[in-house]
Design a protein around this ligand. Structure first.
Ligand SMILES: *Cc1c(COP(=O)(O)O)cnc(C)c1O
Length: 396
């Protein structure tokens, strides 16, 4: 909801705001953390209060409880947003604003390098609703004006791109979208509000999989959509119509995660950069897709817009997919698993077969690495095991 009541409103550093969510312990006998308030029914003093419930802060659990409200306010503050809607997964945070702003007959522009389940939703649901979805080049910049139609209602961005990490020119795309009367939404999961604030660059709705760094421990699923004032009403109306929200227990876990997110991210950032530099110097690596590396093709666009990098990047190894499978199967510390943003390192063999424009590297095999909080030397030794197995050598 609105951050009007946020006691931290005078701008403090982001680390301070992460450590002190907008909750006053003195309202709860001094307990440092907000209580977990679960609930469906909310009781009213009288029939008069019941009939006037629109003016009450809480009237039914589906619209949130004092616990979920603290997380909403914390995220609105971090994103510079008017309001934040919480939903049960990151994917639901993608689908909610698309459902709120795309109607039958509309045309929607989605970046081709988007998170694959976002494309699946466009294909399986938006198409059936009579929405035309067109995919655009992540490097399109202001030329997106040429794709705008009178009926274009949404321009969807994600930067850095899923798996291939292209950087979009957010301001140029948003300016063109707004000139054509469309709203803009951006999946900001990779950077978190610590390193990028989409609303400051002209985006209307910022999307997060809180499952990733905000949760931070691979033990929950949640998503958020933070909106500017102009977009908030329509978003909230759709959330209410769909009957979705997030569970107070999980919100309490995300609030816990936020308190250490800055510290964790600074470690993820440095460990990932150390390994990315080591990887790019290897003979058996063709390319490292990490936006903060000077060698990365979109590095300038990254530096201009982002204040830091996180722990997820791509590495193109010099081998076919079977060689890449040998690499992955030899790993002992890196887990083979989806999602990322937790404490533990993960690796996957990337599949870009859904792409139509941003098709990724044309040689070698693309692996995606999530660098966790383990000892960096141990992770490097684990990757060495992978390279040895890829070359057909014995696992060390
Ligand atoms: C993981 C992810 C999501 C979806 O989050 P879930 O909570 O797993 O549904 C959405 N967008 C991006 C960019 C992601 O990486």
């Amino acid at each position: 909801m609105s951050h009007k009541n946020n006691p931290n409103k005078p701008k403090r550093g982001v680390e301070t705001r992460l450590a002190h969510p907008p909750y006053d312990p003195m309202t709860m006998h001094g307990f440092v953390n907000p209580p977990i308030v679960r609930g469906s029914t909310v009781l009213f003093e009288s029939t008069a209060a019941m009939e006037d419930r629109q003016s009450l802060r809480y009237s039914y659990g589906l619209a949130g409880t004092p616990t979920t409200r603290v997380l909403e306010d914390a995220l609105s503050d971090l994103e510079g947003a008017y309001g934040t809607a919480l939903v049960p997964s990151g994917l639901a945070a993608v689908t909610l604003p698309l459902l709120a702003f795309a109607s039958a007959g509309d045309h929607v522009l989605v970046v081709d390098s988007v998170y694959a389940p976002t494309r699946r939703f466009c294909h399986q649901v938006l198409k059936r609703m009579g929405v035309t979805v067109e995919y655009y080049d992540p490097h399109i910049g202001s030329d997106i004006a040429g794709l705008m139609r009178p009926e274009t209602s949404v321009v969807f961005l994600e930067t850095p791109a899923s798996n291939t990490f292209e950087i979009q020119d957010v301001r140029a795309i948003c300016d063109a979208a707004h000139a054509g009367g469309a709203v803009t939404m951006l999946d900001n999961t990779w950077a978190t509000p610590l390193f990028f604030r989409p609303l400051d660059h002209g985006v209307d709705l910022s999307i997060h999989a809180l499952t990733k760094y905000p949760g931070g421990h691979s033990d929950l699923l949640m998503g958020s959509v933070s909106a500017n004032e102009a977009s908030w009403g329509k978003l909230l109306k759709m959330q209410t119509a769909l009957g979705i929200n997030a569970a107070p227990d999980d919100c309490s876990l995300v609030l816990r995660g936020l308190k250490t997110m800055a510290v964790r991210l600074h470690h993820h950032q440095q460990a990932a950069l150390d390994l990315a530099h080591w990887l790019e110097a290897r003979e058996d690596v063709l390319e490292v897709l990490h936006p903060a590396l000077a060698s990365f093709s979109d590095h300038e666009a990254f530096k201009r817009q982002f204040s830091g990098s996180t722990g997820l990047f791509g590495v193109v190894v010099d081998g076919d997919r079977d060689a890449a499978r040998r690499f992955l199967d030899a790993l002992e510390i890196f887990g083979l698993g989806y999602s990322w943003g937790g404490h533990e390192s993960l690796a996957v063999l990337v599949d870009l077969s859904d792409r139509t424009i941003a098709k990724g590297p044309d040689r070698g095999s693309l692996l995606r690495l999530q660098i966790g909080l383990e000892n960096v030397g141990d992770l490097q030794a684990d990757l060495e095991r992978g390279f040895a197995a890829m070359a057909g050598g014995d696992a060390q």
